[in-house]
Design a binder for this molecule. Structure first.
Ligand SMILES: Nc1nc2c(c(=O)[nH]1)N[C@H]1C(S)=C(S)[C@@H](COP(=O)(O)OP(=O)(O)OC[C@H]3O[C@@H](n4cnc5c(=O)[nH]c(N)nc54)[C@H](O)[C@@H]3O)O[C@H]1N2
Ligand SMILES: Nc1nc2c(c(=O)[nH]1)N[C@H]1C(S)=C(S)[C@@H](COP(=O)(O)OP(=O)(O)OC[C@H]3O[C@@H](n4cnc5c(=O)[nH]c(N)nc54)[C@H](O)[C@@H]3O)O[C@H]1N2
Ligand code: SF4
Ligand SMILES: [Mo]
Length: 766
C-alpha cells in the first residue's frame, strides 16, 4: 500500500476560502481525500460538498505550453521566451503609438488566486493603463460608491455578521448554497433554531435559506427598492428610528427623513408583492430588536436599482442604530486592501474613454468592456490582457464580446485551461494552478492565509508572478541593479531583528521613487530569494505586514500578536510564513471601530441627494420604463443561481458535479402546465439579445412568471482537446445596456425572456 501526505491549503471555490487538509498519494501524486482543517481560524473545520471534490480541479485538462493563434484561427505551440518577447514588443508598440489607456486588463483573481495581483499591478503600470475590468465591478461597486458617500471612502471594509445579531436579515443572498459567510450552513441552521433570534429572508425564490427563516418575504424580482423604501417609511412615519444613535453618529438625518415621510407604504408594499401587514410586522420587530445585521448579495446588486438598493439597505441599519457595535454591520480592516478609493465624477474622478463609465474603487465595469473596444472612437481599447477570468462566459453579452475581441490588435489570456475566452485570444499563456504555487487568501476581514504549493508546477506552466515579472522586464522596465538590496536581504537573514533589510528597502525607495510601483517585483527579486521553500512570490507580504503594523498596532496586539514598533511587521510576517492554516492578524475593539471611519468628523453622512432626488423620487419611472419590455418578454429569468455543483466556472471537469450536470431551468408548475412542459423537456429562452436551449425542472420554489437558471454552466468540457458544450450559457441572453445607470452593474437577476417549448430536437450537426 502506498503512503500519503497531508497538506494544508484552502478551498478556492468561493470567497470564504475554507481551510482544507489535502491528502495526496505519494506514489501517484493524486489527491485521495479532502477534509476541513480544524486549525483554520475562520472555517474551523467546516467545508461544503464542493471542496471535497477539488481533486477535479487538479485533474482537469490543462494548458501546458504558450500558444499563438495562426492566420487560420488555430493555435500553435511556442516557447515561453518567444511568447513573452512577442507580447512585450506588441504592448510597447501599442502603448507608444496610442497611449497606455488603449490597453486594458481584465481579471483580478477568481476566488483565491490573488498573489498575482500585486505583480499584475506593476505590469499595468508598465503598460501605462489604469484600466482594470474586474468581476467585482459587476456586483459590488454600487456598494463601494455608497460607502464613499456614507463613510468617507469607497474602500472602507465592512462586515455583515448576521450570526451575531438578534435579528438577521438576508436580502438577495442564499448563504445555504452560495455561502458568502463562514460556516454558513451551520450558522443559518443555528439562527433558525434559536427561539431568541429572528431570521428574515427577502427573496423571490423559496431558497434553502428561506426555508430556515422565521419570515420569508417573497418579493417580486427587482422590486426590493419599493420594499425597503416601505420599511424605511414605516420606521420614520411611526417614529421608530434610534434618535440617540442618529444624534451621536450621523449627519443629515433631517434632510433624509422627509423623503420617507412621503412614501405611500401600502402602495409600495403592493408593488413589491409583499403583504402590507407582513412588512409592518417585520419592520416593527426589526426596529425593536437589540441588534440587527443585514446581509445582501447579488439578488439586489445584479438587479434593478442596484446602487439605490445599496443605499436603502444601509439606511435601514443606520437609522435603527445598528452599526459599529457587536451583532450589527460594522467596519473592519483587510490585511491587504482588496480595492481602492476613486474620486467621484465632479471631483476629477476617472472614467473610461468611450462610454465614460466611472471608475469606482479603482476598478471598471465589465458591462462596458465590449463597447470600449467595438467602436471607431480614436481612444478605443486596442489590447486586452485577461487573467484568471472568463469574460466570454461570465460577463454580459457573450456574442457582443466575441465580436469586439476580433477588433483587438492584441489579446492575451493567462489561464490554467482552454476557456471560451482563451479561444478568442492571440496568445494563451499557461499558468500553474492554485495548488502548484504559493497563493494567498484574504477576503475575510482581519485575516491572512499564505498557502504553500502542494504539487510542483505542471511542466510547461509558470506562476503569474513569474509571468508578469518576465513581461515587465521584456518591456524594458525595471532595468535596475538589485545587488545592494540582495546583499541587505542576505545580511538580514544572518542577523535577524536588526531591521537591516527594512532600512535598505526604505533607502532604495527614497533614492528611486520610480521603484515604488514595482515593489512586489523588487521584493520578490531581493528579499524573496532569501525566503525558505521557494516562497519568493510571498515577499510582498513582508511589505504588507509593515504597512498593516504601522496602521493598526493595537488591534494586532489585541489578536495576541506581541511586538513593538518596526519589529511588529516582521513578527506578523514570520507568523504568516509559519501558519499553514492562516492567522487572524488583528481584532478591533468595538469601542475603536469608529476610528475606521473615513469622514473627517467620523460621522456617517446619511444624506446622498443624487440617490434621493434623481432616483428614489423617480422610482415610478423605473416601472414605466420596464413595462414595454415586460409585456413583450413575459418571464423574469434569474440568470445565475448558485447551486450545489457550480463554482463560478473554475472546474472544467464535468465529472466533479454529482447532480445537475445539465444545469436545469426551474419553472413553476402552473407555467409548466400552461406550456405543456414535463420534467426534462427542452425549452428555448429568447431575450432581446439572443436565445438558448435549456432543460426544464418543475418546482414551486419559483413563483409564476419567474424562472431560474444556474451560473457557470455552458462550459466546454473535453479530453484530448475535443470539446463539447454542456448546459446553457446565461450570458448569451444578457446585454451590456441592461445595467445600473450609476455603477453599470448588470441586471443578471432580471433578464426578461420569452419561453417556448422546443417541439422536436433538431438533428445535431456532425
Ligand atoms: N455554489 C456556489 N457558490 C458560490 C458561487 C458559485 O458559483 N457556486 N459563486 C460565488 C460568488 S462569485 C458570488 S458573488 C456569490 C453570490 O452569492 P449569492 O448572491 O448569495 O447567490 P445567488 O444565487 O447568485 O443569488 C442570491 C439570491 O438572490 C435571489 N434573487 C434573485 N432576484 C432577486 C431580487 O430581485 N430580489 C431579491 N431580494 N433577491 C433576488 C436569488 O433567488 C438567490 O437566492 O456566491 C459565491 N458562492
Ligand atoms: N448571468 C450571470 N453571469 C454572471 C453571474 C451571474 O450571477 N449571472 N455571476 C457573476 C459573478 S458574481 C462573478 S464573480 C463572475 C465570475 O466570473 P470570472 O471572474 O470569470 O471567474 P471564474 O468563473 O471564477 O473564472 C476563473 C478563471 O480562472 C481560471 N483559473 C483557475 N485557477 C487559476 C490559476 O491559478 N491561475 C489562472 N491564471 N487562472 C486560473 C479558471 O480556469 C477560470 O477560467 O461571473 C459573473 N457572471
Ligand atoms: S464554503 Fe466556499 S470555500 Fe468553503 S468549502 Fe464551500 S466552496 Fe469552498
Ligand atoms: Mo461573484
Amino acid at each position: 500500500m502506498s503512503t500519503t501526505t497531508v497538506h494544508k491549503s484552502a478551498c478556492i471555490l468561493c470567497s470564504i476560502n475554507c481551510g482544507i487538509n489535502v491528502e495526496v498519494d505519494n506514489e501517484s501524486q493524486k489527491i485521495v481525500k479532502i477534509t476541513g482543517d480544524k486549525d483554520h481560524p475562520t472555517s474551523q473545520g467546516y467545508i461544503c460538498q464542493k471542496a471535497t471534490r477539488l481533486n477535479y480541479y487538479q485533474d482537469q485538462e490543462r494548458l501546458t505550453t504558450p500558444l499563438r493563434k495562426k492566420k487560420d484561427g488555430t493555435f500553435e505551440a511556442i516557447s515561453w521566451d518567444t511568447a513573452i518577447q512577442e507580447i512585450a514588443d506588441k504592448l510597447v508598440k501599442i502603448r507608444d503609438t496610442h497611449g497606455g489607456t488603449s490597453i486594458a486588463y481584465a481579471g483580478g483573481g477568481g476566488q483565491g488566486n490573488h498573489m498575482a495581483q500585486m505583480y499584475a499591478a506593476a505590469f499595468r503600470k508598465t503598460c501605462g493603463t489604469p484600466y482594470i475590468y474586474s468581476s467585482i465591478a459587476q456586483e459590488k461597486t454600487g456598494n463601494f460608491w455608497v460607502h464613499g458617500k456614507l463613510f468617507g471612502k469607497q474602500n472602507v471594509a465592512y462586515g455583515e455578521p448576521i450570526d451575531e445579531a438578534e435579528f438577521g436579515v438576508v436580502i438577495g443572498a442564499n448563504p445555504m448554497q452560495a455561502h458568502g459567510m463562514a460556516r454558513a450552513r451551520r450558522v443559518i441552521g443555528e439562527i433558525g433554531r434559536d427561539k431568541n433570534r429572528t431570521l428574515v429572508v427577502i427573496d423571490p425564490r423559496e431558497t434553502e435559506t428561506a426555508k430556515k427563516a422565521d419570515y420569508w418575504l417573497q418579493v417580486k424580482p427587482g422590486r426590493d427598492a419599493w420594499l425597503m423604501s416601505a420599511m424605511l417609511g414605516i420606521i420614520v412615519q411611526e417614529g421608530l428610528e434610534d434618535q440617540a444613535f442618529i444624534q451621536a453618529h450621523t449627519n443629515g438625518f433631517n434632510a433624509v427623513k422627509p423623503y420617507f415621510m412621503e412614501i405611500p407604504i401600502k402602495e409600495y408594499a403592493e408593488i413589491a408583492g409583499v403583504p402590507y401587514d407582513l412588512v409592518v410586522e417585520v419592520t416593527r420587530k426589526m426596529a425593536a430588536a437589540k441588534t440587527v445585521a443585514i446581509r445582501s448579495d447579488l439578488g439586489i446588486e445584479m438587479s434593478l436599482n442596484s446602487t439605490l438598493n445599496a443605499y436603502l439597505k444601509r439606511l435601514l441599519f443606520l437609522i435603527t442604530g445598528n452599526f459599529n457595535k457587536k451583532g450589527t454591520n460594522h467596519l473592519v480592516t483587510w490585511f491587504i486592501p482588496l480595492i481602492g478609493h476613486s474620486r467621484d465624477l465632479g471631483e476629477g474622478g476617472m472614467t473610461t474613454k468611450v462610454t465614460k463609465a466611472r471608475e469606482i474603487a479603482k476598478v471598471y465595469p465589465p458591462n462596458v468592456l465590449s463597447l470600449e473596444i467595438d467602436t471607431d472612437h480614436p481612444e478605443r481599447l486596442r489590447a486586452l490582457v485577461v487573467d484568471s477570468c472568463n469574460p466570454v462566459l461570465n460577463w454580459a453579452d457573450t456574442q457582443a464580446q466575441i465580436k469586439a475581441y476580433k477588433k483587438l490588435d492584441l489579446m492575451v489570456v493567462v489561464d490554467v485551461a482552454m476557456t471560451e475566452t482563451a479561444r478568442e485570444a492571440h496568445y494563451v499563456l499557461p499558468a500553474s494552478n492554485q495548488f502548484e504555487k504559493y497563493e494567498s487568501a484574504f477576503f475575510t476581514e482581519n485575516f491572512y492565509h499564505l498557502r504553500k504549493p502542494i504539487f510542483p508546477p505542471l511542466e510547461g506552466t509558470l506562476s503569474e508572478p513569474e509571468i508578469y515579472t518576465r513581461l515587465i522586464k521584456a518591456m524594458g522596465a525595471l532595468e535596475v541593479d538589485f545587488t545592494a538590496l540582495r546583499e541587505a536581504a542576505q545580511k538580514d537573514k544572518e542577523n535577524p531583528g536588526q531591521g537591516i533589510f527594512q532600512r535598505a528597502f526604505m533607502q532604495a525607495s527614497m533614492q528611486h521613487p520610480e521603484l515604488r510601483q514595482f515593489s512586489a517585483v523588487v521584493l520578490r527579486e531581493t528579499l524573496g530569494k532569501t525566503l525558505p521553500d521557494g516562497a519568493d512570490s510571498a515577499a510582498f507580504v513582508w511589505f504588507a505586514a509593515q504597512m498593516y503594523a504601522s496602521k493598526y498596532p493595537e488591534a494586532i496586539r489585541n489578536a495576541g500578536i506581541e511586538g513593538k514598533g518596526a519589529e511588529l511587521g516582521n513578527i506578523i510576517f514570520d507568523k504568516i510564513l509559519n501558519s499553514p492554516s492562516g492567522i487572524k492578524v488583528s481584532k478591533h475593539d468595538y469601542s475603536k471601530v469608529w476610528d475606521l471611519m473615513k469622514t473627517p468628523d467620523k460621522q456617517v453622512n446619511l444624506h446622498i441627494p443624487e440617490l434621493l432626488d434623481d432616483w428614489l423620487l423617480k422610482l415610478p419611472e423605473v416601472l414605466e420604463n420596464q413595462a414595454a419590455l415586460e409585456r413583450e418578454y413575459p418571464f423574469n429569468l434569474i440568470a445565475g443561481e448558485r447551486r450545489t455543483y457550480n463554482a463560478n466556472a473554475v472546474i472544467r471537469n464535468l465529472e466533479w458535479a454529482k447532480t445537475d450536470k445539465e444545469g436545469f431551468l426551474k419553472v413553476n408548475p402552473t407555467d409548466a402546465a400552461r406550456h405543456q412542459l414535463e420534467e426534462g423537456d427542452p425549452v428555448e429562452l429568447t431575450s432581446p439579445t439572443g436565445s438558448i436551449k435549456i432543460l426544464v425542472t418543475i418546482t414551486d420554489e419559483v413563483q409564476e412568471g419567474v424562472i431560474s437558471m444556474p451560473h457557470g454552466h455552458g462550459l466546454n468540457y473535453g479530453k484530448n482537446r475535443t470539446y463539447k458544450q454542456v448546459g446553457a450559457m446565461p450570458n448569451i441572453l444578457t446585454a451590456a445596456k441592461y445595467c445600473d445607470p450609476l455603477a453599470k452593474t448588470p441586471y443578471h437577476k432580471n433578464v426578461r425572456v420569452k419561453l417556448e417549448k422546443v417541439l422536436e430536437e433538431e438533428p445535431e450537426l456532425a
